[in-house]
Design a protein around this ligand. Sequence first.
Ligand code: BZD
Length: 835
Amino acid sequence: VEASIPEPLREAWRKHSASEFTSKDEFEREFVRHIETTLARSLYNCDELAAYSGTALAFRDRLIIEWNRTQQRQTFTDQKRVYYLSLEFLMGRALDNAMLNVGMKDIARDGLADLGFRIEDAISQEHDAALGNGGLGRLAACFLDSMATLNYPAWGYGLRYRYGIFKQEIVNGYQMEIPDYWLDNNPWEFPRHDITVDIQFYGHVNKSYDEDGKVVYSWEAGETVQAVAYDVPIPGYRTKTTNNLRLWSSKASSGEFDFQKFNAGDYESAVADQQTAETISAVLYPNDNLERGKELRLKQQYFWCAASLYDIVRRFKKTKRAWSEFPDQIAIQLNDTHPTLAIVELQRILIDVEGLEWDEAWRIVTGTFGYTNHTVLPEALEKWSVPLMQNLLPRHLQIIYDINLFFLQSVEKRFPNDRDMLSRVSIIEESHPKMVRMAYIAIIGSHKVNGVAELHSDLIKTTIFKDFVTIYGPDRFTNVTNGITPRRWLHQANPELSALIADKLGGYDFLTDLTLLDKLEAFVDDKKFRQEWSDIKARNKLRLAKLIKDVTGYSVNPNSLFDVQVKRIHEYKRQQLNIFGVIHRYLSLKAMTPEERKKVVPRVSIFGGKAAPGYWMAKSIIYLINSVAAVVNKDEDIGDLLKVIFIEDYNVSKAEIICPASDISEHISTAGTEASGTSNMKFVLNGGLIIGTCDGANIEITREIGEQNIFLFGNLAEDVDDLRHRHFYGGFQLDPQLKRVFEAIKEGTFGDPSSFTSLISSIEEHGDYYLVSDDFNSYIATHDMVDKEFQNQEEWLAKSITSVARMGFFSMDRVTNEYADSIWNVEPLDIEDEA
Ligand code: BZD
């Protein structure tokens, strides 16, 4: 390509090619230029929102220059690339991250100050990009940051939802959902109106024969919708690499509404067709760990998989390589089963469109895909009804049946006479209606399947996917324990702690090699260092106290022990255990004499998180928390000894304020239910201690930081089945302390008890599936230990520092390198200054 352009032409382009601002002065010039020309404003009407936009546009220009160079270089070198397919990318804000990754935040701060703005005010104008529910979506965002930082040639592919996860408001204690329209004034996306793909749905399949008498199938679709690409630049930290996140938006395939219908007077249906098309990318489904089998969700999945694969295949075909080289050039990672149709779609393209033989095509497919599982909860395992799939994607259903046939034939050969095995591992569940088990397609169509923490990866091998280990052997299954990016979750969220660490370690290299943190252990006894460490925690607590005051109106004493549980509200995560514990604490305080109360450590119990809009139990938990808060917080006997706070609309940017401010945080899922958890890592990395069950990554955190530095409690995963069984067959014994809590609720201490009936009866009467009662005693006892140990601030501080020093393992960079080596087989590619 390069050689075909004459030198004078290239010279002219090179001469005028855009360049990056590198000084404060140049930043100010770019800022003012954008305010005056891009935004058509001036000194006289530049408010904080405009200051945000001007800064964002100046940085965006920089990113785009580096993005162009990166993409050119990746195209020319033509080495293996990774595509990360995720229906969710929970990015949060981009500006602060861009400034820090590019390394120009100080320049921007000074420049903004010259022009009359505080950088924090500009940063806080940005709307979170909230295209995700929780951990799974945030993991995808951390992946993007690490892949760019480590110079992997990697793209993310997702959907450009018009509405992200809803905004949560608490009204009279109840969760209300407000649509999150986030696209106005979003400077971080580039519409690529020239990059479009027509995506088909419905219709039927024609069978015919080619000249050689071979059967060919062609899919005649009933509906076509257009996918339009929107690109988001992803800068790495301290590197020239700027990768791409491509999000697809849906639109009517003619581009506009149907003029024929319109002219014939059929206005409504002309507009309706257009709206139907746009519905596909309209809204993120707000359920985490639940699949409800809605047709629109399946449409979203296919739309995004088909557009992404078309794009990937188009890029591959430009290289003119043989099809057999596809898996040497391309790795595609499936973030959960949501993109499983990509497996079927690639097989369809290879056999129906490109004319490859089945076996050759299937070798290419399985060589290309890897699948990450994030849950063992049965209600979260994706299944689609056969009739629904037959109607929406008739050709894909045929291919799924063929994949299943060949798979079952091979199983039968190896395990003759085991009919049970065949029905257990069949992709098709023989229910009414029949269901397609997506996880099974993902396993059969990938060369590697991984879980996200050791316990979880063991569990998938011994429970839900046991038969597949028998069939494929253990090598197809592996573990890659999750991590978090230290750029956002330490450097950006906790700039003071990051600076203190940099001061001790002689620079910021720990941000790209987190294991360097271990050098901090040498300073555990350093008086001045300890003081600074604890001062920073105190200031971060003040920052959170201010946020709490702003959003709830409650004033909290920043010297209290801040006890935090922020994550999606779910019965398995057991916020109910926490709030029952809070009630227990309240009742104990009420029963104390004033003298006894003087010895109590004041505590603030802080909750945050969204409930899926249709999840009644989760919503009841939120209502209980707020009802308890309303009583406790105004109880004059109690005062500062206990405050209960629910922070509404928990999101990434609030997490950046909350994580650095916790003394202790709660990761208390029923053992065996939380695949990994990643907020546990965020809190420990910010110097908070944690209380947790032996579940998910808590176990590995304990291994790394030492069991004296974590508060573990509760039953083990291996005992859960037995306990559940006993609840039903051995009679159920409610824990006596929990009984006291239930009695207080039933007496109306926290308002009309009928609001809490289902919460209580799920434990008392319906088998206590999440073992709240079984773990209650040990939970309360462990919190008593927390109180005791918090009184010894010197010891506490030592634990905090030691834990941070030992958190290196949980860097997302370690995670990304493990995927690159053991699943993707890709190498980094350095981007030099000149492409
Ligand atoms: O994925 C979470 C798990 O629950 C966590 O244990 C784990 O740490 C993270 C990252 O691996 N899973 C989710 O967040 N899942 C969802 O949000 C989700 C969304 C849609 C459908 C199903 C699940």
